[in-house]
Design a protein around this ligand. Structure first.
Ligand code: HEC
Ligand code: HEC
Length: 433
């Protein structure tokens, strides 16, 4: 009886898989579409809308200052400053600066950056913060006055660091669904890409630390290098690295120069949560980016989608992925996939895997082997992006496509051989995402 049921389920699941869509799902039957909209007012069902808007999104939007722990070195005052287009959680034109060099064996080495006229240094960090505090004369939270008038701790790229890159801000909308993808589903997608292309496309999977579960690792999926796997980990990492706010999972600032607060600056409050918990809950509660439905309905966009599938773009820019069932325990035991995120079909037009398409910035993060690889840019919501690729240096869709080489060479050759009309249809499709 159980066996018959299982076989029927399998037949049903196979029938759902279209040969062109590269649909991958661990569970298949019973999965429903994830809610998709650029909606700043309603959650995807994970939290009630009041919590979503007035507690979690408000926290994501909150502008921090020196007395709240901003800096000493930092990039911006609020998560929203870099994640906002067209609503909080989207992308932005803001880029970040990273640098480093290679040792004699060709391995990436993160720099030591001297600050405060050489009196202090920040070692072993490829990120170069674009801003710094040292706000003149300031009173700390205990009422003590400090004079920072002559202090300068702005970070700069040392001349020795010949690897330099910008990284564009990423979309976080819908990332709760991405977090809820079973690691084995990502491995299955990788194997399928390898097998269907005879190994020409050979994605890299890395296991990265889950900060909230010390000692535990998980298949990385967030950031241009897949350097993290959980949204709580990313919240903690971003709060420290982007805003200079130390927190329960990253309790120490990079320098004490010009500091008027005590580490950790973000702590659990009377509601039982720290800011990083609310950031993670906000991102988990967002809907997925939605299509431009008017453009998507045009015959050009539809023809473009067929071309996207048939020439091989969809091998890496995967059309559909199904999340793990509700109740699945992930993130090293620290998160259980809730009903709002479980067994949901998303259309990320990405595989959340690392590829060598010849564009990499040669930097490693949370891995010794991801120097030559970048994560496939998920194309959901890409119509909100005017500067493309990790460095934002491709300013047209055509330029971005033509930069793909390496593993993507045979697909890009297919693109080059399209007629002008077909290329335009493909780009119309991309503009509908
Ligand atoms: C100065 C700009 C800036 C600020 C401020 C900022 N971010 Fe980001 N964020 C970025 C950039 C750039 C990336 C891509 C980083 C990379 O991989 O190199 C990113 C990536 C992310 C990602 C990964 C998304 C994905 O799908 O891979 C998450 C999650 C995230 N940020 C959350 C946050 C949170 C939460 C805050 C506030 C605590 C925050 N960010 C503050 C610029 C910023
Ligand atoms: C081998 C996997 C692979 C294939 C095949 C592939 N891509 Fe990509 N794509 C990537 C990766 C990886 C990136 C990010 C590269 C970077 O930023 O350095 C990317 C980035 C992009 C971007 C930039 C998006 C953004 O937000 O910046 C566009 C647009 C794009 N691809 C379209 C296409 C199209 C159209 C095709 C088919 C002609 C295609 N890709 C085929 C892996 C692939």
């Amino acid at each position: 009886m159980r066996l018959v049921k299982l076989v029927m389920l399998l037949v049903f699941a196979v029938a759902l898989v279209s040969p062109f869509a590269f649909t991958r799902s661990a569970e298949g039957a019973g999965a429903t579409e994830a809610p998709a909209d650029f909606d700043a007012f309603h959650s995807n069902g994970l939290t009630d809308d009041n919590t979503f808007v007035n507690v979690d999104e408000a926290n994501f939007n909150e502008v921090e200052d020196t007395t709240k722990g901003l800096g000493p070195t930092y990039n911006a005052q609020s998560c929203r400053e870099c994640h906002q287009n067209p609503i909080s959680g989207g992308i932005s034109q803001i880029t970040e600066l990273r640098c480093g060099h290679e040792d004699g064996n060709g391995n990436f080495v993160a720099p030591t950056i001297f600050i405060n006229d050489g009196a202090n240094s920040i070692p072993n960090r490829s990120l170069v913060n674009d801003r710094a505090i040292c706000p003149g004369i300031v009173t700390d939270p205990n009422g003590v006055q400090h004079n920072f008038l002559q202090t300068n701790i702005q970070e700069r790229v040392p001349g020795s660091e010949n690897i330099r890159t910008f990284r564009t801000s990423l979309n976080v909308l819908g990332d709760g669904f991405v977090e809820s993808i079973d690691s084995n589903t990502l491995v299955a997608i990788a194997n399928n890409e390898f097998n269907q292309t005879g190994g020409a496309i050979n994605p890299l999977i890395i296991q990265v630390p889950v900060l909230e579960a010390p000692g535990q690792v998980r298949v990385g999926r967030f950031g241009w290098k897949n350097q993290l796997a959980s949204l709580l980990s990313f919240s903690s990492d971003a709060y420290l690295n982007e805003m200079g706010i130390s927190n329960p999972l990253n309790p120490t600032d990079f320098t004490t120069v010009c500091k008027v607060t005590t580490d950790p600056e973000d702590t659990v409050d009377s509601t039982g949560l720290a800011d990083i918990d609310r950031f993670a809950r906000f991102m988990r509660a967002t809907k997925a980016p939605s299509r431009d439905l008017a453009l998507a309905a045009t015959s050009d966009a539809q023809a473009g989608q067929q071309i996207f599938n048939s020439i091989g773009c969809a091998i890496c820019h995967v059309t559909s992925i199904t999340t793990a069932p509700a109740g699945t325990v992930i993130n090293g035991g620290k998160f259980t996939v809730p009903a709002a995120l479980g067994n949901k079909i998303i259309h990320p037009f990405g595989d959340f895997l690392l590829h060598n398409i010849g564009t990499s910035d040669d930097i490693t993060q949370n891995s010794n082997v991801n120097a030559d690889f970048m994560r496939t840019a998920p194309l959901w919501g890409v119509r909100t992006r005017d500067r493309l690729m990790h460095d934002g240096e491709s300013l047209t869709r055509n330029d971005a496509i033509l930069r793909h080489a390496g593993e993507a060479t045979f697909v890009i050759n297919n693109y080059i051989n399209l007629s002008t009309n077909q290329k335009n249809q493909l780009i119309t499709f991309i503009n509908s995402l």
